[in-house]
Write a protein that binds this ligand. Structure first.
Ligand SMILES: [Zn+2]
Ligand SMILES: [Zn+2]
Length: 208
């Protein structure tokens, strides 16, 4: 005996499970997603802001953030910010169903801290490179290329005892030096105050 007939395919509930008035195969899939997605993007360096951090523009991270704004049994999601094409893989019973939506990517242009400081001779730290000139040259190159991914170098000063690099962010210097596994002597000096916060300048001494 059956008492439900799927209005779409005509199957009955003694043959197929039902979800509401439709059989499971025909039941509409629940997917709620926004029409538009925004994130702050720096027009100068192209990085994007996630929480408080400015990080390299990454469509996969954008897809992850966007997925949190969507509702449904979303197993996986792909998103291309350039075209706005989003592909959702939704679980229904034991199968994955692919649904496409267009979600406009609307970046909010905002100049990041680094780009706004870059033009103003700002620096938080000095890396002092000391040792043989060829070692200094080698490490200057290495540090400059690593640091330019996460911060900027305000200036580089040639001294008779070595070289000083003035760098925008101390945090970035610490991260790069840790990554390279380099031994350093660190000195912090109080440099001033801004809005009640103490400002420090950090000197990293590298004997090469
Ligand atoms: Zn049906
Ligand atoms: Zn920037």
């Amino acid at each position: 005996m059956h008492n439900l007939v799927c209005p779409r395919c005509g199957t009955t509930n003694d043959r197929e499970e039902f979800a509401g008035p439709f059989c499971l195969q025909c039941a509409p899939i629940k997917l709620i997603c926004p029409k538009e997605f925004s994130i702050e993007v720096c027009p100068k360096c192209g990085r994007m802001r996630v929480a408080r951090e400015w990080i390299r523009f990454d469509p996969q991270i954008i897809a992850k953030l966007l997925k949190r704004k969507c509702k449904g049994k979303i197993e996986k999601m792909e998103y291309d910010p350039h075209s706005g094409k989003a592909a959702f893989f939704i679980t229904r019973e034991n199968s994955l169903i692919r649904l496409e939506r267009t979600i406009k990517f609307a970046p909010i242009k905002n100049i990041c801290v680094d780009c706004s400081r870059r033009g103003s001779n700002y620096f938080e730290s000095i890396i002092q490179l000391r040792g043989r000139p060829e070692r200094i040259a080698k490490y200057e190159k290495l540090l400059t290329s690593s640091l330019s991914e996460s911060t900027f170098i305000t200036k580089s000063e040639q001294l008779k005892e070595g070289k000083d690099l003035y760098v925008g962010s101390s945090k970035a210097v610490i991260a790069v030096l840790n990554e390279l596994g380099m031994k350093v002597t660190i000195t912090r000096t109080l440099h001033g105050q801004k809005q009640g916060k103490r400002l420090y300048r950090t000197t990293f001494l590298l004997r090469l």
